[in-house]
Design a protein around this ligand. Sequence first.
Ligand code: NAD
Ligand code: IPM
Ligand code: MN
Length: 362
Amino acid sequence: MATFRILVTPGDGIGPEVMEEALKVLGRVQQRFGHEFLYEEETIGGAAIDRYGVALRPETIAKAKASHAVLFGAVGGPKWDDPRASVRPEDAILGMRKQLGLFANLRPVRVSPELIGESTLKPEVLQGVDMVVIRELTGGLYFGKPKRRWENAEGRQAVDTLRYSEREVARVCHVAFQLARQRRKKVTSVDKANVLRTGQLWREIATEVGKQYPDVELEHILVDACAMYLVRRPASFDVIVTENMFGDILTDEAAMLAGSMGMMPSASLGRQRKDGTGIGLYEPIHGSAPDIAGQGKANPLAMILSAAMMLRLSLGLEQEAKAVEDAVDAVIREGLRTPDIAGPGAKVVDTRTMGSAVAERI
Ligand code: NAD
Ligand code: IPM
Ligand code: MN
């Protein structure tokens, strides 16, 4: 029997609601496959600001480092949204990514055939969509210095800095090419090389890294055009690799190919340990959804699918990951829908019923 340590950080809003369902599903995986998952839970985000005065404590990072993986719900909410606040719930996720060195964020976009009819996009556009967006996660505009606000004779000022090093771009591009090799062998590198120096560096390095993978096709697209192609010809993409903020924005757009933010899982990965494993953080791409929090309306599938990615990528449990994904496919095929993916006449269920249904099918 294998034992794994998992740090659980539910966070705010719908974070705890979807986390409860992912843990329910993992409980079933333990039973069915005979593993032992040892959980530690930590308060993060707005809840941690209320309790400790900070969104992320050093103790939490230490516990993450002692774990095989982190399951992260979502953070944030109107209560902590004062633009002048010195601490923000979002510091929790940014700090976790940076301090754990998780530079590659994999955001797969899979379209269930049963959800195509319920999309806001035309069915023929969605046929065959199967891509992974790799978002650089510890650099770029989010972390570049200087980053500050000040005031002078001209009034209020603010600066954020978009900076990348050769090393930061190259390592995330390698992740993209290696993943493409296991898929349809195509990488789309997305930048703004017509305007930004960082975009020019990005394109140069993506091209150089690409030469080491002659069997993989490389295309370059400007980010504005990419936003358009994502809804015009989404099936043409295999692996997309891009800068931190571009990846943030493009994946919320791509969520509408999958039908909802509630269908989009993610894995954040960094350097591997000597034994070939590495800590990973697994979270849905959605936020704390204050508009539906506490109402049982949240779709737990993005969180559950993130747990499946954890089983595969940090715990090496491929069969178990597949069992969870198959169970998700099964409940969708059977017509169970949370409100975000429910078309007219659909069988609408709440968060807990959806989670239980997935667990029962494992
Ligand atoms: P959001 O992702 O929370 O919500 C956007 C929309 O999608 C809302 O209409 C919401 O109801 C819907 N939605 C999101 N997840 C859903 C789910 N699982 N099931 C059904 N519907 C779902 O984005 P927002 O409203 O822009 O941000 C709210 C807060 O969340 C902000 O404080 C933001 O900073 C934070 N946020 C946190 C994370 C994170 O913790 N990783 C990610 C994104 C946003
Ligand atoms: C995401 C979120 C975060 C981001 C926020 C909450 C800091 O939008 O994970 O996509 O911008 O990275
Ligand atoms: Mn986002």
